[in-house]
Write a protein that binds this ligand. Structure first.
Ligand SMILES: [Zn+2]
Length: 492
């Protein structure tokens, strides 16, 4: 058996991976999708339940319109076509955490179809197709620990039963584990921008299953796929895919056949294990949900929902590069969350010179954050702080050198810029003419040769004197004023 990485390398030469992702995203509605129970995470087990979500006979579902709105908004952000009429369907299977014995989902007529996400990997931009986005209810949870007789019993918590989900199914367009990682990163970013989910993988509000197969390069037909279920971080999904592709290559290269099956990823071992073969898989026997009317999202409703669509990350990045003259990479950092991008824009537009704010983020903040190993959200200096400091430099009150020193202090003390500026007694760069004149006199007297050359016509030497004076003032002097005074003195 060759090692995973070796296999992955060989994959590139001979085989091509084909990857499709299914992502479940929990919608941030206050109540469940078919009843008025709370969706709050972390409530005591079985306290957010009622006859509807417990699946009592005769209890009828009532569709939560907020869930429809959120699902539609997400689908629009993913460039999907919204179907005017979609149908809820029963997906029948038996599982202890599914009290009704079926899950209400959507099957052949989903809410939305034909979308895409643009990803960039290895400097190439590609569109990854989205087959469909549909609405469904979540199931409950089986608990195996955290209660008295957990060693020989399993407990069921039905708080999550009926929490609204959207399932986002990609086309099998993804060709590498890195691209899968990038797709998920962009997907999460877009969903977060729309505000319809918190996408917390720890709390299970974003879950991902991956379908993966390999085929000889140039072959049109797909190979047999395996499904990797419920991996709880994007990094692990990438690792699981690398492992699984390597495993499949090994099987084929040693003359074996891939069997269609569901596999689980063990993160601590970095391996996938067979969970069940597809031959044993359920036939869900979908049929239209008789207790719910077809879901209609007509043009009027679509228009209303579309109004809530924010500027999406990709568009915002492009605009930041244009408007603030910053690099694509910095625009990427500033737009990594909607909140941060909003803060930046509010600060930049309130500052006298928006570009200076962008430059400070890029030049002064980024390096200090990197040195301390901090993310931009953890910065002691806020966007408002940066805007305030930019204005002080702009008006000539402080020099760039002073700004750098104040930023250093802010990072040392873990305080925002305005606080440090106050603590330091609101320093201003020296505009004390008599003190400066004294320094200039001394420097001019100490450099007679340069003075002579200057007066003989070598005007560029003014810069030499200005530099000397700035150094002598330890960067505290106002450069504009120094310039003025030096020229006056030299021309005397
Ligand atoms: Zn309920």
């Amino acid at each position: 058996m060759v090692s995973t990485t070796e296999s992955a390398v060989r994959t590139n030469a001979k085989y091509e991976p084909v990857i499709g992702l299914e992502v479940h995203v929990q919608l941030l509605t206050e109540s469940k999708i078919f009843c008025s129970c709370s969706t709050r995470f972390g409530a005591p087990p079985n306290t957010n339940v009622c006859p509807v979500c417990l699946g009592m006979p005769g209890a009828l579902p009532v569709l939560n319109q907020k869930a429809v709105e959120f699902a539609t908004l997400a689908a629009m952000a993913l460039n999907c076509r919204i179907n005017e009429t979609s149908i809820f369907a029963r997906k029948n299977y038996f599982y202890p955490d599914l009290p009704k014995g079926y899950q209400i989902s959507q099957y052949d007529k989903p809410l939305a179809e034909h979308g895409f996400i643009e990803v960039k990997s290895e400097e190439v931009r590609r569109k990854i197709g989205i087959t469909r986005v549909h609405l469904e209810e979540d199931a409950g949870k089986s608990l195996h620990e955290g209660f008295p007789d957990a060693s020989d019993r399993t407990a069921i918590d039905l708080n999550r039963t009926g929490v609204p989900l959207i399932e986002i199914v990609s086309e099998p367009d993804i060709t590498s584990p890195d691209e899968a990682y990038e797709y998920l990163t962009r997907l999460k970013e877009i969903i977060l921008y729309t505000g319809v989910s918190d996408c917390s993988m720890e709390e299970g509000s974003l879950r991902c299953d991956a379908n993966v197969s390999i085929r000889p390069r140039g072959q049109k037909e797909f190979g047999t796929k395996t499904e990797i279920k419920n991996v709880n971080s994007f990094r692990f999904i990438r690792e699981a895919l690398i492992y699984e592709i390597g495993r499949q290559v090994d099987v084929l290269e040693s003359g074996g056949r891939i069997s269609q099956e569901t596999r689980l990823y063990n993160a601590s071992e970095g391996k996938t294990y067979s969970m069940r073969s597809k031959e044993q898989a359920h036939d869900y026997r979908y049929f239209p949900e008789p207790d719910l009317l077809p879901l209609v999202v007509d043009t009027k409703r679509k228009d209303e929902i579309e109004k809530q669509l924010p500027e999406l990350p990709e568009a915002r990045r492009a605009r930041f590069v244009q408007e603030y003259g910053i690099t694509e990479q910095d625009a990427g950092v500033l737009t990594s969350s909607k909140n941060l991008a909003d803060q930046f824009e509010a600060a930049a537009s309130a500052a006298k010179n928006p570009k200076r704010v962008a430059n400070l983020v890029q030049g002064e903040l980024a390096g200090r954050l990197k040195a301390k190993g901090l993310e931009i959200e953890q910065s002691p200096i806020s966007m408002q702080g940066i805007a305030a400091s930019a204005d002080l430099v702009e008006s000539g009150a402080i020099s760039s050198k002073m700004l750098k020193d104040l930023y250093d202090l802010a990072f040392e003390r873990g305080k925002d810029f305005p606080a440090v500026y106050e603590q330091e007694g609101r320093p201003v760069q020296s505009s004390d003419t008599s003190a400066l004149e004294k320094i200039i006199d001394e420097i001019v007297a100490a450099n007679p040769k340069q003075l002579e050359q200057y007066r003989a016509g070598k005007r560029t030497l003014a810069g030499f004197f200005v530099g000397q004076v700035m150094r002598a003032s330890k960067g505290q002097a106002n450069p504009q004023l120094v310039n003025e005074l030096v020229t006056k003195k030299l021309d005397k």
